[in-house]
Design a protein around this ligand. Sequence first.
Ligand SMILES: [Zn+2]
Length: 101
Amino acid sequence: MTKLIPIEEDAVVVGYMFYCPGCNENHALYIRPSKVRSGATWDFNGDMEKPAFYPSLLTIIEQANKRFRVCHLYVRDGKLQFLTDCTHSLAGQLVEIPDQD
Ligand SMILES: [Zn+2]
């Protein structure tokens, strides 16, 4: 059981996925100094039990050029702090990162 699923490229961990219970899907965070095509990378505290990433993660899902869903969160101390601009039901809430197999 783990909160974070490593993302590997050429046998090197370049980031982690975690399950977002607000979106009901995984989000990916690429860690510095990895270079990824999207360009966005985060600082990771290296703690698999109580992970923290900085800065926040903003996910905007668009459909037909309209904002369909916004998810904005901080990963801190093994928890997800959802900010109030999320469009899902966990906006403004602090929840434990779900364990995954
Ligand atoms: Zn989300």
